[in-house]
Design a protein around this ligand. Structure first.
Ligand SMILES: NC(=O)c1ccc[n+]([C@@H]2O[C@H](COP(=O)([O-])OP(=O)(O)OC[C@H]3O[C@@H](n4cnc5c(N)ncnc54)[C@H](O)[C@@H]3O)[C@@H](O)[C@H]2O)c1
Length: 271
């Protein structure tokens, strides 16, 4: 069945680089992943609802636009996803990797939460991942392309709740099972689908208070909060040939936070 995302006749890539789409790529984790993949030889499409910044970052990676482009895409817009992916295919070649990184994590207390707060978080994190995955899978199927890989973004919050993010935890727990379902349903295309569950990864100055960091640190056996390269390294692995037999998995990248209670019997933190 043809869709907007059809790669006509399996259009060959412009260059020799395999092509990866990264959503939410204008800053933070998505940008770091894009930079890492590009440095490792991928052509990258940086998609973000902040298209201007995504384009500027792509230009910084490759001013010629041959191996990096930035496009505006709000993953909530169902009608916009397939055309954006088709544009990637026309410009860089058929994408063989998708990183569903776009996500939001605002705090809203359960009893004060507006329905619109709930819908926005579930929508961007879960529905957006579904829309991008479906468009990507259709594109690969319709162009008769085998192989490829998807990495979804769950969170430690999928397994360990935090006060004020019931919508976020629910969305990320949904990602874990969505990933497993996709691994099954997309297997006939040779597509692998995995997820990462980051713990606290410090990507912006305004992200957390000093008090929160100090309290959280006592629960991380590794003794530090995470950094963007902790995530991009695992994403790169999951997209690459060394992960050929990894499918339907969600890898925690959290310094051991989810391992359990990092307390001695005396009640002191281990790190
Ligand atoms: N940073 C952490 O500690 C952490 C922990 C666990 C999980 N995660 C997950 O990692 C992913 C990235 O987080 P981050 O810390 O880099 O976030 P961030 O807010 O710093 O960056 C998110 C990017 O996504 C873009 N974006 C947001 N909504 C979008 C939409 N509807 N369509 C397209 N783009 C959109 C933003 O413009 C931004 O560029 C998210 O899925 C998040 O839930 C992050």
């Amino acid at each position: 069945m043809a869709t907007d995302a059809t790669v006509a006749g399996g259009t060959p890539p412009r260059g020799t680089r395999p092509v990866a789409i990264v959503t939410g790529a204008a800053r933070s984790l998505g940008l770091d992943i894009s930079k890492r993949l590009h440095a490792e030889g991928w052509a990258v499409a940086l998609l973000d609802r902040d298209g201007d910044t995504a384009s500027a970052e792509a230009k910084a990676l490759d001013p010629s636009g041959e191996s990096a482009i930035g496009l505006s895409l709000d993953v909530l817009e169902a009608e916009a996803v397939a055309p954006a992916f088709a544009r990637v295919a026309e410009t860089l070649g058929p994408p063989e990797a998708l990183v569903n990184n776009a996500g939001v994590y605002p705090d809203h207390a359960l009893l004060d939460m507006d329905v619109s707060d709930w819908d926005a978080v579930i929508g961007i994190n879960l529905r957006g991942t579904f829309l991008c995955t479906q468009a990507f899978g259709r594109m690969r199927r319709d162009a008769d392309l085998a192989g490829g890989a998807i990495v979804n973004f769950a969170s430690a919050a999928a397994y360990s709740a935090r006060v004020g993010v019931s919508h976020y935890s629910a969305s990320k727990a949904g990602i874990v099972m969505f990933t497993k379902s996709c691994a099954q349903e997309l297997a006939p295309l040779g597509l692998r689908v995995n997820a990462v569950a980051p713990g606290l990864i410090e990507v912006r100055d305004d992200q957390i208070s000093d008090e929160y960091r100090a309290a959280y640190l006592s629960m991380i056996p590794r003794g530090r909060t995470g950094r963007a390269p902790d995530i991009s390294g695992v994403v790169s692995f999951l997209l690459g040939p060394d992960a050929d037999y990894v499918n339907g998995e969600c890898i925690a990248i959290d310094g051991g936070f989810l391992a359990g209670r990092a307390l001695t019997r005396a009640g002191t933190p281990v790190s």
